[in-house]
Write a protein of this length. Structure first.
Length: 199
């Protein structure tokens, strides 16, 4: 996949893998901007139309989020049943990696500093007023997969929440998610584990 051109971007080295896809370092072809590009392979999904509709709806909404504690979405591209999300490149590591590689537990001060930033970003998302593709306004986004692996920490200890790919759009129609389990089992709430509405 290295050196592949998709849209206005050149795909570089793989920088991460997760349950929702593979993340690559990328470069804009005309602008001096490095980005992260997540690829989601849709070939194995039996309902491509529904998946594409969901993907485009979520990318449209997430691109409106503008908070220093949330990874910014710049663009999305659909190419031969592979969906790409172009987003802010964060230099650092995940909170999961940070915790795994520390020789001793984080200090209380360090943990509180990170946790305060996480709370601020989550509170922003849950009260955020956004436009859907029909031009209607709604309030609130719920992440539904908030875990150390989806929280990035920069070299200067700034938090960036990523992977809003299974976000719950509060107030909007979410018929494709009701009764379905999303998220990582060890981090979900009881109602989410049962496929019930989350708040």
């Amino acid at each position: 996949m290295t050196d592949t051109i998709i849209g206005n971007y050149r795909i570089g080295e793989c920088i991460g893998r997760g349950g929702m896809g593979i993340v690559y370092r990328g470069t804009h072809l005309q602008l001096p901007r490095e980005v992260a590009i997540k690829s989601i392979n849709a070939r194995e999904n039996s309902d491509l139309r529904r998946l594409r509709t969901r993907f485009e709806k979520e990318a449209y909404v997430q691109s409106q989020l503008d908070h220093p504690g949330i990874v910014k979405i710049y663009d999305y591209i659909v190419s031969e049943q592979i969906y790409y999300i172009v987003m802010e490149l964060v230099e650092g590591r995940s909170l999961a990696q940070l915790l795994a590689h520390e020789e001793r537990p984080l200090t209380v001060e360090h943990a509180l500093h990170l946790f305060e930033q996480i709370l601020e970003a989550v509170a922003y998302a849950q009260t955020f007023v956004y436009l859907d593709q029909s031009g209607l306004t709604h309030r609130g986004l719920i992440h539904r997969d908030l875990k150390p692996g989806n929280i990035l920490v920069t070299h200067d200890n700034r938090v960036k929440i990523t992977d809003f790919g299974i976000v719950k759009l509060v107030g909007a129609e979410n018929s494709d998610t009701f009764g379905t389990f999303y998220g990582s089992p060890q981090y979900v709430s009881p109602e989410q584990a049962e496929g019930l509405p989350v708040d």
